[in-house]
Ligand binder design. Structure first.
Ligand code: 0RQ
Length: 501
């Protein structure tokens, strides 16, 4: 098709992926676009991986720092991790090869709140950003950029990097133009001003990304689809978890603690989150809104049915079927979907102001309500905290959900003490498993323990948890949060030694 590079100066910089990758030296920090498989650069990272592999063949070390929006795709994270080309990765990943390298100690990984990344870079906390590699959907005559299917940290990468490589992907729907809201009013303290976003549907910025054309060293034209994550149809556990959450919401509305159309919804990654959206779509609530970071299949269904009137996010995270549907009809959603930079989609000020209902997955919770979202058996990273901390800490109601057991019942997801803490007892209000829901608001630690064990633990593990709690109550030197410190992590040790808790 026709080129989407309408700026003459940038048109003169069009080159192949290999030529562009040759402009990235070893030792630099690279800010890549991409958020949950949407809008990541499709060809330069794999061309770079090839270059790294060639260097390695000649005995040369070649590693870069990789900063992104969030997770990306096999042809970015996977390809670079495969050739051991990443010195340090941040802030969120979910690639199996990448995860393996991190857990083997071969790749440094920093897990930071997604809303923090941009300001950490502006402040220089992470060192110099050398090069940005950003996918866009097109370049206007005046050089402004039409953002792609995710915004992530692209505004910050384009602004902060010394050099910029643009991938212009003509596969992306041209109707994306106008869907984004890029806010350029942020600044660092002491000069910060309130962010003027009062409703989910507010547009406070502009639809295009700015980029100094003199920094652009390469433009690469591509035509390739985003990576699609498939969702499984909700299983029995997911449906039960969704049922408990809906019942809770109805109860809160009845008590007048939530309006009839609830409050803006945030929903995390994964199948359970998607199932909750599915249930809301069939539930009694209308005129819902979403202030979230990823827009999954479930939310798209709700936009289609009219249950959801507006969704604000930083990225799409759709299965291939849903993506095809969206792309066939994107114009229809231009007013109801807004894609923002992740420092805005996840901004504590806005999340607190809007009163977001946050719903996130977890690995395990303890009887006192501390939540581990990131580390399996305390030491192995799964994905990262992502935006869950941004939302949980600042939400009006913060919900964490998981099946009560993992690995065919060998693991209890409710444990005496979490093996790693991402969300402390202070940030966790509601815990939900297929067994039931624990409302921890207004409860002391000892009161919480009873509710969590009774409502959330699997019956198989319930007696042992209650036994631990009761003996702690007797023997713990402190009675505020009773623990037996020599036994608190024994469940995890059991699993590591014998394959079951
Ligand atoms: O592993 O695939 O090897 O079997 O963890 O578990 O049950 O499929 O659940 O997909 O909802 O993921 C916390 C990882 C849950 C996710 C987490 C094993 C289990 C399986 C996945 P296998 P499920 P989900 C905004 C919000 C942090 C980021 C976030 C997550 C695998 O929700 O990454 O919330 N959250 N972002 O077997 C050992 C346990 C386990 C366990 C589950 N207790 N012990 N393994 N597993 N529980 C979005 C973004 O930020 C982008």
């Amino acid at each position: 098709g026709a080129s989407r590079v309408h700026n003459a100066a940038l048109r003169s910089k069009i080159m192949s992926a290999e030529e562009a990758a040759n402009l990235i030296p070893s030792g630099v920090n690279v800010g890549m676009s991409g958020f949950t498989g949407a809008g990541y650069p499709k060809v330069v990272p794999s061309a770079l991986a090839k270059r790294i592999m060639d260097a390695n063949l000649y005995g040369k070390k070649f590693k870069i720092g990789v900063w992104t929006g969030a997770s990306t795709a096999p042809d970015l994270d996977g390809a670079l991790a495969m050739v051991d080309g990443v010195e340090l990765r941040l802030p969120y990943q979910s690639d199996p090869t990448c995860r393996k390298r991190i857990n083997a100690g071969e790749m440094e990984y920093i897990d930071i709140h997604l809303s923090h990344v941009a300001q950490f870079v502006w402040s220089g906390f992470l060192g110099k950003l050398d090069i940005a590699v950003v996918e866009v959907a097109g370049i206007l005559e005046d050089g402004r950029l039409i953002p792609s299917s995710s915004v992530g940290n692209n505004k910050t990468w384009l602004d902060q990097a010394d050099k910029v490589i643009l991938e212009v992907n003509s596969w992306q729907n041209p109707h994306l133009e106008g869907m984004h809201d890029i806010y350029y009013g942020t600044s660092l303290p002491p000069n910060r001003r309130p962010i003027p976003l009062i409703k989910t549907s507010d547009r406070i910025g502009e639809p295009y990304l700015r980029c100094d054309p003199s920094k652009v060293i390469a433009v690469v034209e591509t035509n390739s689809p985003d990576r699609n994550s498939a969702f499984s149809t909700p299983d029995d556990n997911s449906r039960k978890i969704a049922g408990h959450i809906l019942e809770f919401m109805e109860h809160e509305v009845k008590l007048g603690r939530l309006p009839a159309n609830l409050l803006p919804l945030q929903s995390g990654v994964g199948n359970i989150a998607n199932a909750v959206m599915g249930s809301l779509n069939e539930g009694p609530f209308d005129n819902l809104t979403a202030y979230t970071e990823v827009l999954q299949d479930g939310m798209l269904e709700m936009l289609k049915s009219g249950k959801l009137t507006c969704a604000s996010a930083t990225a799409f995270s759709l299965s291939s079927g849903a993506l095809a549907e969206l792309n066939a009809d994107l114009e229809r959603y231009r007013d109801s979907i807004i894609l923002r930079p992740q420092e805005i989609s996840n901004h504590p000020e806005i999340i607190r102001r809007l009163g977001v209902i946050a719903m996130n997955g977890m690995i395990e919770a303890d009887i006192y309500g501390n939540v581990n979202s990131t580390h399996v058996m305390g030491t192995k990273i799964m994905n990262g905290i992502g935006g869950s901390g941004d939302f949980a800490r600042n939400a009006y109601i913060s919900i964490f959900m998981t099946p009560s057991q993992a690995k065919n019942g060998e693991i209890s997801c409710i444990v005496p003490m979490v093996s790693h803490v991402d969300h402390t007892e202070h940030d966790v209000q509601i815990l939900v498993t297929e067994q039931g829901l624990a409302d921890l608001r207004g409860l002391s630690p000892k009161q919480r323990a009873k509710v969590v064990i009774e409502n959330c633990a699997h019956p198989h593990f319930r007696p042992a948890l209650m036994d631990y709690y009761k003996r702690s109550l007797d023997l713990s030197p402190g009675k505020q949060t009773p623990h037996l410190l020599d036994e608190a992590l024994s469940w995890h040790l059991n699993y590591l030694r014998s394959g079951r808790m």
